[in-house]
Design a protein around this ligand. Structure first.
Ligand code: ISE
Length: 344
């Protein structure tokens, strides 16, 4: 008898299809048993990636099928709340792609539903926490190897973005990752967010005004600047320079083949996040599968997702108004306080 965790993947767009492939080819101890996707053509294409899986047009039918032990939610963010509530009601472990939900109010409803069930079932897909260089940098911060951390300079550059990407998504779809990873890395809580506008990139689509510079303040005094740039054309870069009392550390530098040829010198660059963070996604999904089998989670919790939703609300406000926008965070509910998973 197979001991595989039978996973339903909900949403078969870019990330959903990527996770289906990953679970089928790379992850140990799990298989894709169901693909939930309302679009028939997408569903059929996804099922080809996971032979043996059953296709469903709707989540309830998949949950009622008896084929599902755990659920990976990879739909666009606006559908997360409804899917999360249904899977929580079914009592199954969940890996939910970022964001948890679109706003603090709906994220709070998710916390309430999870607390009512009495068990942490939700892990949020902030994959940067599973990137080896981020992990190493966090260890340097914690160990004090180069002294106290003073500030972080972060760059987050996309070659381009799809047509559906609108101005607020600079925050809710992109800087959302920094809102999760920066406190995890620097060991503090975000207290304010400010957005500044450098000169606009003439190559950015007409509907966008970017790049932007985001300033994130933490309660431990660490200040973070993030260059958020989604029209850089040449490739995908996520890099950080950490400035310590007596040292500097860098992660996310281009690596791999260096080529000297007649045109000079070159090194490869990623085209998008699916390759830049491939190993991080693999490690994230494997950790989730192993934890789900053991009845727990192994990454950012729903409370982490809630805190990010609060930061995104402040960030969106800061996009439209000069100056710092302060964050208003309620105390952590006792259910999440002190759980190892909340601080993984
Ligand atoms: C995308 O949705 C992601 O999550 C990527 O990690 C991020 O770099 C990109 O800007 C987003 O659009």
């Amino acid at each position: 008898m197979s001991t595989d965790l039978r996973v339903a993947v909900v949403g078969a767009g870019m990330m959903g299809a990527d996770h289906i492939k990953r679970i089928h080819t790379t992850i140990a101890g799990a298989s894709v048993s169901a693909v939930v996707e309302p679009d028939p053509a997408r569903r059929a294409a996804a099922l080809e990636l996971a032979p043996g899986a059953s296709g469903f047009g709707d989540l309830d039918a998949a949950l009622a099928s008896g084929l599902v032990d755990a659920v990976l939610i990879a739909t666009p963010g606006q559908f997360h709340e409804e899917a999360l509530l249904r899977v929580l009601a079914a009592g199954l472990p969940i890996l939910c792609e970022k964001p948890l939900t679109q706003d603090p109010e709906s994220s709070w409803r998710i916390l309430e539903a999870e607390i009512a069930g009495g068990r942490q079932l939700i892990q949020v897909g902030f994959m940067r926490r599973f990137d080896r260089e981020y992990e190493e940098l966090r260890r340097v911060v914690e160990a004090g190897t180069a002294g106290e951390l003073l500030m972080l300079h972060a760059v987050h550059r996309n070659a381009s973005v799809p047509d559906a990407y609108v101005q607020n998504m600079l925050i809710t779809d992109s800087v959302v990752h920094e809102f999760d990873v920066v406190p995890w890395l620097a060991g503090g809580t975000i207290t304010s967010v400010e957005v500044r506008y450098p000169k606009r990139n003439p190559l950015t689509p007409e509907r966008l005004k970017e790049p932007i510079l985001v300033l994130i303040e933490l309660d431990n005094g660490v200040l973070v600047d993030v260059e958020m740039n989604v029209s850089i054309q040449f490739g995908y870069q996520v890099a950080t320079e950490a400035v310590f009392a007596r040292g500097v550390a860098r992660i996310g530098q281009p690596s791999g083949l260096q080529l000297w040829s007649e045109n000079g010198f070159g090194v490869g660059e990623h085209a998008d996040f699916t390759t830049r963070f491939r190993e991080a996604y693999d490690r994230q999904v494997q950790a989730w599968v192993d934890a789900a089998k053991a009845g727990t989670i192994a990454g950012p919790s729903a409370w982490d997702g809630y805190k990010v939703a609060v930061a995104c609300k402040a960030g969106v406000e800061a996009l439209g108004a000069p100056g710092r926008v302060a964050l208003d965070l309620p105390p952590v509910p006792a259910f999440y306080a002190g759980t190892a998973a909340a601080t993984v």
